[in-house]
Design a protein around this ligand. Sequence first.
Ligand code: BEZ
Ligand code: FE
Length: 286
Amino acid sequence: MAELSFSESNSVQRVVERVDRHAESPLHDFMLPIIEHVHKLIRETRPTHADWRKTVEFLTEVGHASDGRRQEWVLLSDLLGVTALIEEINTSRPKGATPNTVRGPFYRADAPRLPLDANISLDGIGAPLWVTGKVCDLDGQPIAGATIETWQANSQGFYENQQPDQQPEFNLRGVFTADAAGSFRYRTVRPAGYTVPSDGPVGLLLGDLGFSLRRPAHLHFLIKADGFETISTHIYDSSDPELGRDALFGVKQELVATLKPRGKADECSLDFTFVMVRAKKGRRAP
Ligand code: BEZ
Ligand code: FE
């Protein structure tokens, strides 16, 4: 006769035996270890009824705070380092190649294509920044025609789509095409760092726990070229004091760059080389 009792020692087995392994579900391999780990966690941490009620209340609030415009679940995954870990597992690259980081919620797929040398700061507010760069392969060969898509926060730390009434549409966004030498250049303003949303359940709880909610100043890039893995990454300002405490664990030494003073007062320049890896057959672009 099948086991009827449910105890600490057989709880995993009692739940797992309910799973119909013949049912076709791509989730079997993923869900079974999750069930096992959750039971182990509960056995080890031994929450009281009240602890568990609070946990369920928190998760309920996270769900209620999420909608088409705001994603608290993604923020929870980001702040716990889970998104960065998934990125690591799925897109680790050979030494010398530019690593990927999370794309984040402020990307817009419809940014305008612009000629080289264009200024993406449409309101001209902030310290001028000249960006130059190159796209090449692991052998240092230029990748002519690569697409360079960039987006960034303004000098106050806000993206254009966070302030639709205060910033011009597509401010600080643009799509460029590398020239025959794989080079690109454009003008912008120096971005400021910012705080990830802190007014929802995730920001409030993790803030109370002492987690940093700050992101150091950075520029986002999405680099595409035929036959190469797409790079989705950030370039961080080396002078930002929050560099070691990025809320999203996105900073990597290879992605830190120095903004050098250039001519007049507050002007500066940034130069960066993106190194792409040839796409393996069957490997999806992120
Ligand atoms: C960002 O840097 O734009 C970002 C990425 C993930 C979560 C929040 C912000
Ligand atoms: Fe950002």
